[in-house]
Design a protein around this ligand. Structure first.
Ligand SMILES: *Cc1c(COP(=O)(O)O)cnc(C)c1O
Length: 299
């Protein structure tokens, strides 16, 4: 049933000048190339959820997100691709739909707008069923695809990570992708996660809880490259993205992967990683979110 061709995800070397040859190699796994919308880690977090829902005869998927959520729009598109109804519970009310929400709607997703206070009940299954009461046989996918199927699906990204890499870098939102990867990769491969929000280190506890007993170590989380908070940016970050694009011909997204690569570069240039480190950075997609800075990027 998988109609996304995972062979599209190539590994691309980063120009050695960009990191002044301070480590042995930096490569990027281009999961952003999988699909224009169901891209990156979102596809992996969704694939087992959707397969399970279909196998068990569920007729509709309900999930959650804000007005710019990559997860929400990926679910909408995947639902359309697999012929399953999707319902999106949206945080906040929008008189004018954001481009992301418009794309959700165009893919056939039914949008239900709730206040921020109501949205806080997103883990209350009774409330969810009440909100989507006109839909039957609902399968609930939590915000960000953060459930067991999401974690296991994200773990499948390990198939692209060969043993020559000593370090794998990943952007962190809910931590689902990092958890899945830590549980599937060999502990000899260090995992580093970059949180694009202020005070994001609280996620450590959640991540730790979901790691298998033999995989509790060999990972780190950094939150210093948040640029003012989740979704926030400045001209320095834009300049960085444009430079990165000019040198490597890879578009980064402003919410997650740009902040991750900024952090990676700072650490590499400061000699934080061993000189013989071979680093694989995961491009987790999210490029649709760049519509918010349209015209400011070279791509
Ligand atoms: C959603 C998203 C993430 C965060 O993934 P989690 O599994 O929630 O940690 C990282 N990068 C991009 C581009 C995303 O869209």
């Amino acid at each position: 049933m998988d109609t996304i061709d995972e062979r599209l995800a190539v590994i691309q070397p980063i120009d050695t000048d960009w990191y002044q040859s301070k480590v042995a190699a930096i490569d990027m796994l281009r999961l952003d190339l999988l699909h224009p919308v169901i891209s990156g880690n979102k596809w992996f977090k969704l694939r087992l959820n959707i397969r399970h829902a279909i196998d068990r005869g569920f007729k509709s998927l309900v999930t959650f997100g804000g007005g710019y959520s990559n997860h929400l729009v990926a679910t909408a598109c995947a639902g359309k691709m697999f012929g399953i109804t999707t319902i999106g519970i949206v945080r906040g009310r929008y008189d004018i739909l954001t481009p992301t929400l418009m794309q959700c709607q165009n893919a056939g997703m039914k949008l239900i707008f709730v206040t921020k206070e109501e949205y806080d009940r997103k883990e209350d299954a009774d409330w969810i069923r009440e909100m989507a009461s006109q839909f039957d046989e609902l399968f609930i996918i939590p915000e960000g695809g953060a459930n067991e199927w999401g974690r296991r699906g994200a773990g499948l990204i390990d198939r692209f990570v060969n043993a020559s890499y000593s370090l794998v870098a990943v952007a962190v939102g809910t931590g689902t992708t990092l958890i899945g990867l830590r549980n599937s990769l060999d502990v000899r491969q260090q995992l580093v996660g970059y949180v694009p929000m202020k005070q994001g280190l609280y996620l450590k506890e959640h991540i730790f809880t979901h790691l298998h007993t033999d995989k509790k170590e060999s990972w780190q989380l950094f939150d210093e490259w948040h640029f003012g908070g989740f979704g926030k940016w400045n001209t320095e970050l834009l300049t960085f993205m444009n430079e990165f694009y000019k040198i490597n011909n890879i578009p980064l997204d402003i919410v997650y992967t740009a902040k991750m690569m900024y952090g990676v570069r700072q650490q590499v240039l400061a000699g934080y990683f061993a000189a013989d480190a071979r680093i694989l950075c995961i491009h987790s997609g999210g490029l649709q979110g760049n519509v918010s800075v349209q015209g400011k990027l070279l791509y």
